[in-house]
Design a protein around this ligand. Structure first.
Ligand SMILES: Cc1cc2nc3c(=O)[nH]c(=O)nc-3n(C[C@H](O)[C@H](O)[C@H](O)COP(=O)(O)OP(=O)(O)OC[C@H]3O[C@@H](n4cnc5c(N)ncnc54)[C@H](O)[C@@H]3O)c2cc1C
Length: 344
């Protein structure tokens, strides 16, 4: 199948040189799907324009002045998707009263592991990106985020190391029922059993990028598909980053869409046909809404600082972390490989 990518970023890492030629480094500015036949003069020699006039192609206008025609437009243009807006898909959602401060940091040694620590105001994650660099995603309330974004670099690095190491408390010790360590649960810290050692990530030595703060929200498109347009990834849904599942949900969409398109091609269907695209919508809407409800529930559970609830959620997180099949099934469900974690 011939595919063309429109991207306003030069950071796409595509090895295939033939495919590279199909990438337009430009911005989508407008899209028309339903031409009014009176406004189009159909020249029998201009077959593309004629197909567009008959509703068999969508027309895309780019910021560099080029126009493209396509049987199917896949909107994978992120949470502020222009494809979604131009197609007229409405969304439902809400803002969390939390921001994420993100940046890249450097260590003195290579970090091979993704780390996350749940703090009272929200989780901090340290995600390795190769060499001695990691990305930080630190969730906190909006006032704190502007302080952490603007504080001196040295102070920020100290604050990150402190949060990853002590996380507003001493290292948790035993959390076995009946032991004194039980109280670490009451503070909402990550807990460990007595025979497990508490590990800390490699120290951050300096900032390697500017700091940015993003407001966090949940957003879900009411529709993913109409004739010749379909949404995948953040264009269709955005979730709280606390479980790091945003990318997996997008992969799940991409796998499902490519399979359904292949099934359509196999029986000679037009890949922009709404009946085909609605199959994708039905499959992924159910999967995405289930995962969004689970993640929103996590976010809400972690927003309440109430002793007994802290105990329950620490136990639940601990269970999910150490019951490997459950942990694996949460991840594979998000990426579309199987049914909901607790029902498979
Ligand atoms: C603070 C934060 C932390 C996160 N942490 C994690 C995490 O730890 N793990 C995880 O799995 N997920 C995380 N996510 C979510 C994750 O980033 C997204 O789910 C994922 O990037 C979505 O991929 P996407 O390709 O759908 O959209 P995007 O990554 O947003 O990509 C959209 C692309 O489309 C381009 N584009 C936009 N408009 C146009 C246009 N008009 N024309 C041409 N190109 C256009 C953009 O430049 C961009 O390159 C986090 C999100 C946030 C906000």
């Amino acid at each position: 199948m011939l595919s063309i990518v429109i991207s306003d970023t030069n950071k796409l890492n595509v090895q295939d040189t033939d495919f590279q030629k199909k990438i337009f480094h430009s911005r989508l500015t407008s899209m028309s799907l339903n031409p009014s036949s009176s406004s189009i003069v159909v020249d029998s020699t201009a077959s593309t324009e004629a197909s567009y006039a008959r509703g068999r192609l969508a027309k895309l206008e780019l910021s560099d002045g080029n126009s493209l025609y396509a049987k199917l437009v896949v909107g994978s243009d992120g949470g502020k998707s222009q494809v979604r807006e131009l197609a007229g898909f409405k969304t439902t959602g809400w803002k969390y009263s939390q921001n994420a401060v993100i940046c890249t940091v450097e260590h003195s040694v290579e970090n091979y592991c993704a780390w996350q620590r749940f703090l009272p105001a929200g989780p901090i994650a340290l995600l390795p990106i190769g060499d001695k660099f990691s990305n930080i995603v630190w969730t906190m309330n909006p006032e704190e985020s502007s302080d952490f974004k603007s504080m001196k670099e040295d102070d920020f690095v100290k604050a990150v190391n402190h949060a990853l190491d002590y996380g507003y408390g001493s290292h948790p010790k035993s959390s076995l029922p009946g032991s004194a360590g039980m109280f670490s649960w009451l503070r909402g810290n990550v807990t460990i059993f007595a025979n497990e050692s508490f590990e800390i990530p490699p120290k951050v030595t300096k900032l390697a990028s500017e700091r940015m703060a993003f407001p966090l929200s949940l957003m879900h498109a009411n529709e993913y598909a109409s004739k010749r347009v379909v949404l995948i990834g953040d264009a269709a849904h955005t979730v709280h980053p606390l479980a790091g599942q945003g990318v997996n949900l997008g992969f799940g969409d991409a796998f499902a869409l490519s399979r359904i398109i292949a099934e359509g091609i196999a029986v000679g269907m037009d890949i922009g046909e709404v009946s085909l695209l609605k199959k994708y919508e039905a499959e992924r809407k159910l999967a995405n809404m289930t995962m969004m409800a689970i993640l929103d529930g996590f976010q809400k559970a972690y927003s309440v600082d109430f002793g007994p609830l802290n105990i329950l959620r620490a136990a639940a997180l601990h269970g999910a972390h150490f019951i490997s099949p459950l942990k694996r099934s949460i991840i594979s469900y998000a990426s579309g490989e199987q049914r909901p974690p607790l029902f498979s």
